[in-house]
Design a binder for this molecule. Structure first.
Ligand code: SF4
Length: 429
């Protein structure tokens, strides 16, 4: 942010070129905190710079990471690579099983996109591995985990710093169908309830800011109170936390630390536009990173589709960054196939929003696909497809009798019939 206040750093120039915006304009948005370019100070040369925020293409994040039940670091590296190959703009390592430091470093080496983490997971895992309960860790354990991730070169990190006792009291007073469903948020909330103390990540936010500024790490202000059911959406606890997120965005900007804000969660379709607009207003245009939103609760096995529906609406109304959801959401740790499906579903949502917002690249791609379809140019259609492999597989597995058309309509191919009629008309005239 500080560099952008003085000029146009090289990373920002590269993002501007890729996005087709003027470098000075982009640098101004970074300086104002309306766009972030997450890249750790030590990894600027290694990481493909990605801009997230106002006026830019909607970006997609893919979560990978072990669990205490399924701990195969090779598989997580494979998932991270598959996510990037299929178009994820960033990857978050949410590991909670095995040697977390080693897995984190392997994932950072395996991909060339910005990598994010949630350090409080590591603090919790360390506590339990020493035979203690999660709530038995002390505040230094949490802060030490943040520091370790900063020193390791993580480009952005989720900090559940905005859940305070005000929000918890709202939650306890009003009640909810599903209390706290954010994993990091649950760890912090349980710690606060157990110790009857304020959130240390909020209390010591200045220390976190100093570290973030030193290492140029982007903070993603977590949403511990995100609703886990559409019936819990937009309750006082969620909004109390949002107000604190807004306050912390201001403090990040004063420190010259890049910040984005995480948002819900499960939200009914009709409420999504208001949620996005409110977040943008309260957080003064900070990039909005949405987890879904998931607009119906009854789609286990298909939650990537539910999230893509919510994500498209959120992005159209101003959300900047979609955290993918996989078909395994709410059910199991995703495998490679789930990761790919989650990434593609989120990219469909992002592209739909970019199309509706009139972004030049999206309009052009749609136009080219329309032309390729009219010309029955299958190779070009595959090239333009978000998932070329799947598109090609469908055609090859169910081939048509004549090469031109596809097996859907065969000789009654609408495009072919009209094209031939037009050609005959041309010949006659
Ligand atoms: S056969 Fe039908 S579905 Fe296939 S390209 Fe022609 S019109 Fe489209």
């Amino acid at each position: 942010m500080e560099e952008c206040r003085r000029g146009v750093p090289e990373t920002v120039r590269r993002v501007a070129e890729e996005e087709g915006v003027r470098p000075e304009k982009l640098a101004r948005r970074v300086a104002e905190g309306r766009v972030v370019v997450p890249a750790h100070a030590d990894r600027r040369e290694e990481v493909r710079p990605v801009g997230i925020g106002e006026g830019l293409r909607v970006k997609v994040n893919a979560n990978v990471g072990t669990s205490p039940e399924v701990c195969d670091p090779d598989l997580e590296v494979e998932k991270a690579r598959a996510a990037v190959e299929h178009g994820a703009d960033t990857v978050m390592d949410l590991s909670t099983g095995g040697d977390l430091g080693k897995i984190r470093r392997r994932i950072m080496e395996a991909v060339d996109v910005p990598v994010g983490t949630v350090p409080v997971y590591e603090a919790a895992v360390e506590a339990t591995s020493r035979g203690r309960a999660v709530v038995d860790m002390d505040e230094d354990d949490m802060l030490r985990a943040v520091e370790r991730h900063m020193r390791d070169g993580v480009d952005f990190m989720t900090i559940h710093c905005a859940v305070t006792w005000d929000a918890l009291n709202d939650l306890l007073r009003r009640g909810r169908l599903l209390g706290v469903v954010s994993r990091g948020g649950a760890i912090v909330a349980a710690w606060m309830i157990h110790h009857e103390e304020e959130n240390p990540l909020y209390e010591h936010f200045d220390y976190i800011l100093e570290l973030a500024r030193e290492h140029d790490v982007t903070l993603s202000l977590g949403d511990a109170m995100r609703p886990g059911s559409v019936l819990d959406a937009n309750d006082p606890a969620q909004h109390r936390e949002l107000l604190v997120q807004g306050e912390l965005v201001d403090r990040c900007r004063e420190y010259g630390v890049q910040a984005m804000v995480e948002g819900p969660g499960h939200v009914p379709l009709d409420q999504i536009p208001a949620v996005v607009r409110l977040q943008k207003r309260v957080c003064d245009g900070a990039p909005f990173y949405v987890l879904g939103p998931v607009p119906t609760d009854v789609a286990p096995g298909y939650d990537h589709i539910a999230a893509a529906i919510g994500g498209a609406i959120a992005a159209y109304h101003g959300a900047d960054f979609l955290c993918y959801v996989t078909p395994a959401e709410h059910l199991a740790l995703p495998d490679v196939r789930d990761v790919i499906e989650g990434v593609i579903a989120a990219r469909i949502a992002a592209h739909a929003a970019d199309t509706a917002r009139g972004l030049e690249y999206a309009v052009k791609e749609n136009e080219e696909m329309g032309r390729a379809r009219w010309e029955l140019d299958w190779e070009r259609q595959f090239e333009l497809a978000l998932d070329p492999e799947r598109a090609r597989r469908y055609r090859e597995e169910r081939p048509p009798q004549a090469r031109e058309q596809c097996s859907m309509c065969g000789e009654y191919c609408a495009i072919k019939i009209v094209r031939e009629a037009l050609e005959r008309q041309r010949e006659r005239s």
